[in-house]
Design a protein around this ligand. Structure first.
Ligand code: 2BA
Length: 152
């Protein structure tokens, strides 16, 4: 039996594993849906944060939300892409993590969300906590535990 080193994981905080804000693609309040669609398409991400100029977190915008809002009863209303702002369609009901939250809390949230935004106590965006980051860490811990067992 290998030991997964769960204690080592549990000692970490969200700050230790998050992708910092300067590496996260985002859109700003006031941007129209056309701009959001461009950023989503060019980066390849399905959803990204919506921030304001002070980096305050307001919500998330994703491909599905944009498409859902431009479908009219009879046709796709492409003109809405230019006329509607991200704040009209973004999802504001989102989970948030704080820098010093535990990895366990983060794990709980990424079971149902591909990523969770990380903020400070003033609601300023600090980065994101992703499924990829935590899976990479777990994989490393398993490899270390396996190597330890080999040398026993
Ligand atoms: P998705 O865009 O649906 O991406 C799902 C997974 O596909 C990602 O999981 C990643 O493993 C891979 N992936 C997608 N686009 C990629 C790209 N341009 N470069 C490298 N890998 C890519 P996670 O890394 O766990 O990310 C989960 C979600 O977090 C993503 O969902 C996206 O909505 C968001 N995300 C991740 N990194 C981001 C960043 N730098 N900026 C903005 N949003 C990001």
């Amino acid at each position: 039996m290998f030991s997964l080193g769960a204690n080592e994981l549990m000692g970490l905080t969200i700050q230790d594993l998050m992708i910092s804000g300067d590496k996260v693609a985002h859109v700003q309040i006031g941007n129209n849906l056309e701009h959001a669609l461009l950023v989503l398409t060019k980066t390849g991400y399905t959803a990204i944060p919506v921030l304001d100029p002070t980096f305050t977190l307001h919500g998330l915008i994703g491909m599905n939300l944009i498409m859902d809002n431009i479908f009219g009863l009879e046709r796709i209303e492409f003109e809405k892409l230019e006329n509607m702002k991200v704040e009209e369609v973004m999802n504001t009901d989102i989970p948030r993590l704080y820098l010093h939250d535990t990895i366990e809390k983060g794990l709980d949230l990424v079971v149902n969300h591909p990523f969770v935004c990380v903020i400070n106590e003033n609601n300023i965006f600090e980065g994101i906590f992703t499924r990829r980051a935590i899976l990479k860490k777990v994989k490393k811990q398993i490899q270390l535990a396996n190597n330890g067992n080999d040398s026993e």
